[in-house]
Design a protein around this ligand. Structure first.
Ligand SMILES: [Zn+2]
Length: 316
């Protein structure tokens, strides 16, 4: 079943939320209405867990606090299978609709809930809809102050209506936020073609773009010496989810090629080597959140140089 895999280690990440909590539906299904919907996230997450098991792959699960509070057993199940638990915030509200106080409360609350369930430290954060943009860079310092070590919310693209930080370093790097303060940034993967940066990071892009484009993009990133960071949602493997009446753009974004997600995920898992973000960070930087002895390359020292020059670039 396992074909010849590329050796480089990339990160695969799952944003654990239900279909009715997405930003695409927020104007129709507000936060207050969430309790009226029947949860489908357990079965869908378990489907992903069994696929990951089949390919002997560990992933990072960014779990929404609202979900973790209602279904702690699911968080335990993910954790006990050896995957990394990270935070997707509590209430899935776009960052630029929040203020520093409400943001701090949201990220602290979700971290606390997850840590209580697993008894293990949560190191990573991903914003709802990647909504850390140039206007909301203040969030990074708060994440550090609340005990997070890395963020994976920055999408270095420019033409999405909800997210994007076009000038951001597109690869794993360190952000200096003060004399001694450093946050590791793990941006979602993009690749440059025809003079512009294209997202190849998963989600709707995995469903809508040809798989060969994604494969080419990941190989290209790896050839440049960096890991690809891929994301997916449990509801993207649920072709039978109840349909919400939306405009055609939203329909395309949420439902487009949804029946093909599983086969594309399987192709990714058989073509490439994936692990958790913590493992990838361990391969590429001195910030050893976990020790990894097989990173798929030998020249760790050379990559440390990249880390140094990248942080210098960001500090400018
Ligand atoms: Zn989300």
């Amino acid at each position: 079943m396992i074909s010849k895999k590329e050796k480089f280690v990339n990160a695969i990440t799952i944003d654990v939320e239900d279909y009715f909590q997405v930003s695409n539906f927020a104007s129709i299904i507000p936060y207050k209405a969430w309790n009226n919907y029947k949860l489908r996230v357990v079965e869908n997450t378990q489907k992903i867990l069994s696929i990951l098991d089949e390919y002997n792959t560990k992933a990072t699960f960014f779990v929404l606090g609202w979900i973790a509070e209602r279904i702690p057993e699911l968080v335990k199940e993910i954790f006990e299978k050896g995957h990394e638990i990270a935070s997707h915030g509590y209430a899935h509200q776009l960052i630029y609709d929040q203020n520093p106080y409400s943001f701090r409360m949201d990220v602290a609350r979700s971290k606390h809930i997850l840590e209580e369930i697993t008894g293990s430290k949560v190191n990573g954060y991903r914003a709802p809809s990647f909504s850390i943009t140039n206007k909301t860079r203040w969030t990074l310092k708060i994440l550090l102050e609340e005990g997070y070590q890395y963020d994976s919310s920055i999408f270095p693209i420019q033409y999405h209506d909800r997210y994007g930080m076009p000038n951001a370093n597109p690869f794993l790097h360190l952000i200096k936020l003060g004399e001694m303060d450093e946050l590791i940034e793990v941006p979602l993967s993009t690749t440059k073609a025809f003079g512009r940066r294209f997202p190849i990071a998963g989600g709707g892009y995995l469903r809508l773009l040809p798989y060969t484009f994604m494969k080419w993009g990941i190989r290209r990133i790896n050839k440049q010496g960096y890991p690809a960071i891929i994301y997916l949602h449990p509801w993207e493997l649920d072709a039978d989810q109840p349909r919400v009446e939306v405009d055609w753009v939203t329909r395309l974004r949420h439902y487009g090629n949804i029946s093909k997600t599983e086969s594309k995920l399987r192709r990714l898992l058989s073509d490439f080597k994936f692990s958790t973000i913590q493992s990838v960070i361990g391969c590429y930087t001195d910030h050893r959140l976990t020790f990894v002895d097989d990173c798929g390359f030998a020249e760790r020292d050379a990559l440390k140089l990249y880390y140094g020059s990248s942080s210098a670039m960001i500090a400018k």
